[in-house]
Every structure is written in structure tokens, then in C-alpha cells.
Write a protein that binds this ligand. Structure first.
Ligand SMILES: Cc1cc2nc3c(=O)[nH]c(=O)nc-3n(C[C@H](O)[C@H](O)[C@H](O)COP(=O)(O)O)c2cc1C
Ligand SMILES: [Fe+2]
Ligand SMILES: [Fe+2]
Length: 405
């Protein structure tokens, strides 16, 4: 593919990767993807916005060469340093050594490690900073965590183009480039959101507050179609997906997940559930993990403020379904979650401690000592399980007295 004009003085200079089938380990890419980059011409020189994955460098440079000479390049703006966008940066700085590189402050410590160039020169920019070159103005917007901590966006004032970075992207290759010309990429747009942006919903909302102040004709993303038809619809979708709904009218959800071989952990789970249910301001759920599929785990984990995990110890470990549950947290926001653990054991009982440590590592608040019971819980121990549920419920309801573990 060659360079494509997307607006007056604005060119798409990205490349296509139709054959990629897995992206960043965690995403399936049935339709391949694209690594988008852009070029802006001004009356006093050229600005390059982002580069591409290294193995596609040649095509990227051919695209640049079809629009300008390297001597004309005054600035390189890197919205995101992940290698799918920074792969050709080092070579570009060699071809255009006069060009100044603009990055966010968070990108400073990363850029040397990514390019391997110790003396790479760059300047930091953030929200309200702007670059004026000839007849063009580029305003920078700090949009951290979308997708890495250093990610930013920018807005070309005269042409009303938002260069969004990874935000609003899709892993979807179609050589027709524009959203109104390509095939139906709705599933790819949503899938991309769920795997890349969903863990950072609060950051998405903060970014949208910045985008909403802008008059946008085109959203120029870093992957998939360039959004020129109804770009606001895509922004609205991100807003809807990232806004917490209050369908429970202020009630908080606490979910218990357990596995059990001989019912011991299950009996504890049920008493903890009863304890939680004694609170009228909570909705308590109880799930046998053996019968829960991953999509359901994700939505239950996402809507639950409190997450209580019950596991027996099997061969000095927690069984795989418990670890699978916790690995779902990679795709979710952890802010504000409260966790607790319990379980029955025979002699060593390390599973509960491992899961407790894992919850802490995931940055959950874990205010209670775990409840561990040897083999079959006695009546008295089951009463303690009930109290464990009551106490956890009080903490989720905002009780101030909390042990800090
Ligand atoms: C295959 C197997 C391996 C076990 N390994 C351990 C272990 O390493 N450490 C331990 O404390 N208990 C171990 N146990 C004992 C269980 O944790 C114990 O029976 C517990 O009460 C089971 O609770 P549940 O009925 O909720 O599954 C093991 C039990 C089984 C069946
Ligand atoms: Fe990325
Ligand atoms: Fe990317």
C-alpha cells in the first residue's frame, strides 16, 4: 500500500500486517492488523506522527518518500512507544537527524531502552502544550495507560484530526483504510477495547473528557480503520463501555468463588454467604468455579466490589480453576476491589495463603486474615465462617475499622 491522503496536508503512511493471527500474546487477530502512522505537511516543514513495527520499515519509508524528502521533516511525534509503533523510530532518526522527537514525560525513561540509542534527543510534551509549525498547530493531550503509561494523543487544530494513539483502534486489516469503506469491523473494535482498554476504564473516561472539548472530523488511530464517518459514535461507545452503571441502585456486590472436592470448602462458602446476606445493602453471589466459564467470570469479577475466594489445598497448591479466575483480573480494573480467602486443608494448607498473597499482588485491599479450617469444619468453625461473611460485608459497606495486612 502507498501513502493515502486523509485530509488536506494529512497523509496516512501506515503499513498492513494481514497475516498476523495473535497480537501481544493475549489477542486473536483473525483479520490481521495495521500499524498506522501519519504525516502532516506544513508551510515550514513536515511532522511525522508515529512509526511502524520494525519488519515493515521499508514500506513505511517508501510511503514517506512518496510524500516528502527527509530533509523536510522537522518533528517526529511518538504517541506510544510499544514496538508495533516505535520499530522504525531509530532508523527514521538516522534518515532525518535534524528532526526533534516529541514524547510524553513518562516516555522519557523508556525511549532509550526501546531504541537502544543512549543519546537520543527528545522533548517532553503534555496537555496544553502545543507545537506550531508554519500554518499548522498540533495540541498534545496526556492520555496515560491507553495503552501504556506513556501513551498520549494529539489534535491537529486546522484540520480537526485527532491522533488518538491506540485508543479507538481495531486489529482489522482492510486496504480500503477508511471506516466507511472497509468491511464490518464492529466485533474487532469491541474486542480490542475489551483486551486493551477495559483494564483502564477510569483512564478512558479521563481521555474522553479531553476529546469532548475538541471539534473532531477524523479520528486517526494507530490500528485498523481511520474513523472519518461519524467519529463521535466510536467515542460514545468507549464512553458507554467505560462508564459504571448503577443498575443495583447503590447496592454493592460481593461474590464468593469456590472449588471443592469433598464439600468442606463448599460448606464454609455457604456460611460465609449467609453472613454476607445478613446485610441489606449488599448483593451476595456464590459460584462453584468448576461450572463457570471465562466470559461469565469476567463480568462477575468486574461488577463485584468484594471478591472472596475459597480453595482447598491440593498437592501443595490451589487447583487450576482458582488460578484461572485470578488470571482474568489481567483484563479488568483492580481499583477499589476488596478481597478475602478461605478454605479447608488436610495438613499443609498453603493454597489459601498463596491466593491471599496473589490478591495483594493484584492490589486488592485484603483486610481480613484468611479463614483456614482443617478437614471437616465443625459447627463452631462454621459459625466463624458466618462471622467472616458478616465482617467482610461490613468492610465492603464502608466500615472504617480495618486491619491493614
Ligand atoms: C489429591 C489431593 C491432594 C491433597 N493435597 C494436599 C496438600 O498438599 N496439602 C494439604 O494441606 N491438603 C491436601 N489435601 C487435603 C485437602 O485439602 C482436604 O481434604 C480438604 O479438606 C478438601 O477440602 P474440599 O472438600 O473443600 O475439597 C489433598 C487432597 C487431595 C484429594
Ligand atoms: Fe499498544
Ligand atoms: Fe498498538
Amino acid at each position: 500500500m502507498s501513502a493515502v491522503k486523509i485530509k488536506r496536508d494529512v497523509y496516512y503512511i501506515g503499513v498492513s500486517d494481514p497475516d498476523i493471527r495473535t497480537f501481544d500474546i493475549i489477542m486473536k487477530t483473525a483479520n490481521g492488523t495495521t500499524y498506522n502512522a501519519y504525516l502532516v505537511k506544513t508551510t515550514q516543514g513536515v511532522i511525522i506522527l508515529d512509526t511502524v513495527k520494525e519488519e515493515f520499515s521499508q514500506e513505511f519509508f517508501e510511503n514517506i518518500e512518496s510524500v516528502c524528502r527527509y530533509e523536510e521533516i522537522k518533528y517526529i511525534v511518538m504517541h506510544h512507544l510499544e514496538p508495533d509503533h516505535s520499530g522504525a523510530l531509530l532508523e527514521l532518526t538516522k534518515k532525518a537527524p535534524q528532526a526533534k522527537v516529541f514524547i510524553s514525560p513518562m516516555a522519557g525513561p523508556m525511549i532509550k531502552a526501546i531504541t537502544g540509542k543512549e543519546d537520543i534527543e527528545f522533548e517532553n510534551v503534555w496537555t496544553n502544550k502545543e507545537l506550531k509549525l508554519g500554518d499548522k498547530t498540533l495540541k498534545f493531550l496526556s492520555t496515560p495507560n491507553l495503552h501504556w503509561p506513556e501513551t498520549m494523543s494529539s489534535y491537529l487544530v486546522e484540520e480537526k484530526v485527532l491522533f488518538s494513539g491506540d485508543v479507538f483502534g481495531s486489529h482489522y486489516f482492510d486496504s480500503r483504510v477508511f471506516n466507511d469503506l472497509v468491511g464490518d469491523f464492529e466485533y474487532a473494535f469491541k474486542y480490542y477495547y475489551e483486551h486493551i482498554m477495559r483494564p483502564f476504564k477510569s483512564d478512558v473516561i479521563n481521555a474522553i473528557k479531553l476529546y469532548e472539548k475538541l471539534d473532531i472530523d477524523i479520528v486517526a488511530t494507530l490500528h485498523g480503520p481511520v474513523l472519518r464517518k461519524n467519529p463521535h459514535e466510536y467515542i460514545e461507545l468507549y464512553k458507554k463501555w467505560s462508564t459504571k452503571t448503577d443498575r443495583l441502585h447503590g447496592k454493592k456486590i460481593v461474590s464468593i468463588f469456590y472449588v471443592t472436592s469433598y464439600k468442606n470448602t463448599k460448606d464454609m462458602a455457604e456460611r460465609i454467604y449467609d453472613g454476607l446476606e445478613s446485610s441489606e445493602t449488599l448483593i451476595a453471589n456464590i459460584y462453584d468455579l468448576m461450572a463457570l466459564d471465562e466470559q461469565n467470570m469476567l463480568s462477575i469479577l468486574e461488577e463485584s466490589t468484594g471478591i472472596i475466594i475459597g480453595t482447598p489445598t491440593i498437592n501443595s497448591d490451589a487447583p487450576k480453576p482458582v488460578w484461572d479466575l485470578l488470571s482474568c483480573m489481567m483484563l479488568l480494573e483492580k481499583k477499589g476491589k476488596i478481597g478475602a480467602c478461605f478454605g479447608s486443608f488436610g495438613w499443609s494448607g498453603e493454597a489459601v495463603d498463596m491466593i491471599q498473597a496473589r490478591l495483594k499482588a493484584l492490589k486488592f485491599r485484603v483486610p481480613l486474615e484468611p479463614q483456614k479450617i482443617k478437614l471437616v469444619p465443625t459447627k463452631m468453625e462454621l459459625n466463624e465462617s458466618y462471622n467472616f461473611g458478616v465482617e467482610f460485608g461490613e468492610i465492603v459497606n464502608g466500615k472504617m475499622m480495618e486491619m491493614t495486612l
